[in-house]
Design a protein around this ligand. Structure first.
Ligand SMILES: Cc1cc2nc3c(=O)[nH]c(=O)nc-3n(C[C@H](O)[C@H](O)[C@H](O)COP(=O)(O)OP(=O)(O)OC[C@H]3O[C@@H](n4cnc5c(N)ncnc54)[C@H](O)[C@@H]3O)c2cc1C
Length: 378
């Protein structure tokens, strides 16, 4: 069903080689010490990965959307913290500016994000507004030629590292979801600071921070879309972001399977490699089958987005299924490794810890079921 084009295969190979040669050698140390490596992230830009599917006029590479998803998958096989750093910047920050921004905003911000000169972030979640994203408390008040933003955002991927942020705030509380507006906020604007850096279960190579807004003056020209369009922009943006998270999950699952196959051929018990036991072979068969099914859903959602078809349901299915598969496959990979799988000296423990987040962010898998059932029952 999905024969990759020559260009897509070339990009896939280029990213695979980069991930294996440049990212793999330090991943265990960076994971262990919770290091966000800005040098590696900047190299993604130099390779053109930050602008893969954006037009060349905005410093993009003019490739297709599936190529970008393949890049996230390949990075995530080796270090999904780097995979989600790219995905958050591209899908959650550059993409809404591309789809909803004015020409001036695209020239000023999208070009920097696509070229990799700047990193992007997306600030929607607040302490009281998680799955219920409409429960925003951050406010933006219009005063002459600027808005004054006050409030805070938590759990923001790329947080303190991002130069450009797409942020949501209430401009008219009485209007509910139609009173939420999106803004582009730059690092360095007066009153914009960073709070707590999260100490997380996994994805230690990705940085997650609190954003704090204290009387931040944001020029009117930095409003993204019209007043009151913010909630729609957030939901549409998350539809695309979910395909990136699904690709992250796919990369994690594939890596866990690859490690488990190799280990099961090497580990000898009762005088033979453990893979010679049907119990282990069947586990590998189930893992591989589920991954292949997930891959079809992920690529299908990417192709739908690429072709301009509605893809909200497809993205939710891909994210929900691929992340559940990542959790199952990494659990089984640890089982195949036995006690060694439980040790951080072997790669599968890290993959297991990292898989969990894919069931949670950019909408929990319960939220995905709300999206899917809503589409079915419409
Ligand atoms: C590492 C990390 C990175 C993140 N990056 C970003 C980011 O870059 N930008 C950003 O804006 N946010 C980000 N988030 C936030 C993330 O998207 C939210 O954590 C997520 O949407 C869930 O919100 P919550 O944590 O408040 O959970 P809650 O909404 O409190 O949910 C708790 C539980 O209740 C369930 N639940 C809630 N409502 C319902 C319902 N109606 N029906 C059924 N079940 C329900 C949920 O599924 C979940 O199981 C990140 C989070 C983490 C941990």
């Amino acid at each position: 069903m999905f024969n990759l084009t020559e260009d897509q295969e070339m990009i896939q190979k280029m990213v695979r080689e980069f991930a294996e040669e440049r990212i793999a050698p330090t991943v265990l140390e960076r994971d262990d010490k919770h290091i966000f490596d800005r040098e590696i992230v900047d190299e993604l830009g130099q390779m053109g990965l930050t602008g893969l599917y954006f037009p060349e006029e905005y410093c993009g590479a003019g490739a297709d959307y599936l190529s970008y998803i393949l890049a996230v998958e390949e990075l995530s096989k080796v270090d999904d913290g780097i995979g989600i750093t790219l995905s958050a910047s591209v899908s959650l920050c550059a993409n809404p500016i591309f789809e909803f921004g004015s020409e001036e905003q695209k020239e000023k911000y999208l070009t920097k994000l696509a070229s990799g000169e700047s990193l992007g972030a997306f600030g929607l979640t607040e302490p009281g507004a998680g799955t219920d994203a409409a429960g925003q408390q951050t406010v933006a008040v219009l005063e002459n030629d600027h808005y004054v933003i006050n409030g805070s955002k938590i759990f923001i991927t790329n947080g303190s590292e991002a130069e450009i942020n797409v942020v949501f705030a209430i401009t008219d509380k009485a209007k509910g979801t139609k009173g939420i507006t999106a803004f582009i906020v730059e690092k360095g604007m007066e009153g914009f600071s960073f709070g707590k850096k999260e100490h997380k279960l996994g994805i230690h190579t990705s940085i997650t921070t609190e954003l704090i807004f204290q009387d931040v003056k944001v020029p009117v020209e930095n409003r993204l879309g019209a007043e009151g369009e913010g909630f729609k922009i957030a939901l549409k943006t998350l539809d695309g972001g979910r395909i990136g998270v699904a690709a992250q999950a796919l990369g994690i699952a594939q890596a866990a399977l690859d490690h488990a196959i190799k280990y099961s051929k090497e580990r000898v018990q009762f005088g033979k490699p453990i893979c010679k036991n049907q119990a282990i072979g069947f586990k590998l068969a189930d893992m591989a089958t589920k991954i292949e099914a997930a891959r079809m859903l992920v690529y299908k959602a990417a192709v739908y987005k690429q072709e301009g078809k509605p893809y909200s349901k497809e993205a939710a299915m891909a994210k929900m299924f691929a992340s559940d598969v990542a959790m199952e496959v990494t659990t089984e990979a640890i089982q195949i490794y036995g006690g060694y799988g439980y040790s951080e000296e072997y790669p599968v423990a890290r993959l297991f810890r990292n898989a969990k987040i894919t069931q949670i962010y950019e909408g929990t898998n319960e939220a995905q079921r709300i999206v899917i059932s809503g589409a079915l029952l419409r």
